[in-house]
Design a protein around this ligand. Structure first.
Ligand SMILES: *Cc1c(COP(=O)(O)O)cnc(C)c1O
Length: 392
């Protein structure tokens, strides 16, 4: 019974507000104000313990987080935590644990080798025709498994130090770049006018065809997705947005409304989920997630194997399990709902697609394939055509 109810809750689009803030007399106006949400983020042990009983692992994790990746949780997102459930999938993403200080031999501070592909501070040019532009080091809240924890939040070992003018100059000179991805940190933490300055400057560069923003603000801080923001963004089309949702509970009523507002302004939405142990490493959860995403008009884009970031081993799930989940989706549900599973190759190889094997055999004459139900089929390769000039 409890399990069914929990299931229904995960599948529905509920509001969790004011939740833990019910006794504090917060007005609806404050709650819906993004500035109030940011000012009232939980950033301290005392703030956390006001609402939750922490485990020893969490307590020590919070104390140690100040030297690594800061803790910050918006009231909106904090409300998704189920305080009755010590294994809560929201809690695992956002509350530090002491395991973050355990470093395994394969783990790195820059697991995707970004720093070595930066021609200009803050601009990662890894692929031939597109760049990743790290415009800020701040987020609305901090994911404990952040691949950029070395530069994000201000607590870690490095500073981001993006050189905007040098970046714009590089983009102007490199006419092969047709796609700019704004990320960080989270670009949607900038004010509308600051963000617009960047977008309009990029639009002055004629060879840049395509813009996109990577952001978890629609999830952490849906109050920020105002009609004014959407109105501004739609001037810079084609502009896509990649959001980051890992668990179905994150898709609340407020988040759905924000995503719809973006979609109504013509912004195609994709999701980049991270495969996390104890969060979304089972087929049922992932299926609910991708179905809810489609209902919010978000196309699941990538499912990332967790980068080998230092202190992440407690969140690592096996690749074999990820493949099994993709296999459980492909053919069994809407094709639009199936993300591409990728490993961002350790050390800087870029994203590599990881797929279940559907080709059982392949030679010059034929391929033997299997379908989602495991039935095998043969497809003959076209016969080699004689060359009309050489073979006369
Ligand atoms: C992920 C990423 C991109 C964008 O890759 P797509 O596959 O086009 O989404 C671009 N640059 C870097 C460095 C990236 O990590």
């Amino acid at each position: 019974m409890h399990h069914d109810r929990q299931n229904d809750l995960e599948k529905s689009f509920s509001s969790f507000a004011p939740g833990y803030w019910a006794d504090e007399g917060v007005s609806e106006e404050d709650w819906n104000n993004p500035t109030w949400q940011l000012k009232n983020r939980i950033t301290s042990l005392a703030g956390l313990e006001k609402h939750l009983v922490l485990s020893e692992e969490e307590r020590n994790g919070v104390i140690l987080s100040g030297t690594k990746l800061a803790m910050a949780i918006t009231p909106h997102f904090f409300n998704l935590i189920d305080r009755e459930d010590p294994e809560c999938p929201i809690r695992r993403q956002i509350i530090p644990r002491v395991e973050e200080t355990f470093i395994s031999p394969y783990e790195m501070s820059d697991p995707c080798g970004e720093d070595s592909s930066m021609p200009v501070p803050g601009l990662v040019h890894r692929y031939p025709d597109r760049v990743l532009f790290l415009v800020t080091d701040r987020c609305a809240a901090y994911c404990r498994y952040c691949t950029r924890s070395r530069v994000v939040s201000g607590a870690g070992e490095q500073d981001l130090e993006t050189d905007y003018e040098a970046a714009f100059r590089y983009l102007e000179e490199h006419t092969e770049i047709r796609d700019v991805l704004l990320s960080g940190g989270d670009p949607l933490l900038f004010s509308d006018s600051k963000l617009e300055k960047i977008l309009s400057r990029l639009r002055e560069i004629k060879h840049i065809e395509f813009l996109r923003i990577g952001s978890r603000v629609p999830i952490f801080l849906p109050q920020r997705i105002t009609p004014e923001l959407c109105e501004m963004l739609q001037k810079y089309h084609p502009l896509f947005m990649s959001v980051h949702v890992n668990h179905p509970r994150e898709l609340t009523l407020e988040v759905k409304e924000g995503l719809e507002r973006l979609a109504n302004n013509g912004i195609p939405l994709g999701n980049q989920a991270v495969f996390l142990r104890g969060v979304n490493d089972d087929l049922d959860t992932m299926k609910t997630l991708v179905h809810k995403l489609l209902m919010c008009r978000v196309r699941p884009y990538y499912l990332y194997q967790l980068d080998l970031i230092q202190g992440s081993s407690h969140l690592q799930a096996p690749v074999a399990k990820g493949i099994e989940i993709i296999e459980g989706l492909r053919g069994h549900t809407t094709g639009y709902a199936v993300p591409q599973y990728v490993i961002d190759a350790p050390g800087g190889g870029g994203k590599v697609p990881i797929n279940p094997d559907y080709v059982l055999q392949k030679n010059d004459e034929r391929v033997v394939i299997r379908n989602f139900e495991g039935k095998t089929y043969e497809y003959p390769e076209p016969a080699v055509q004689p060359d009309p000039i050489l073979d006369y």
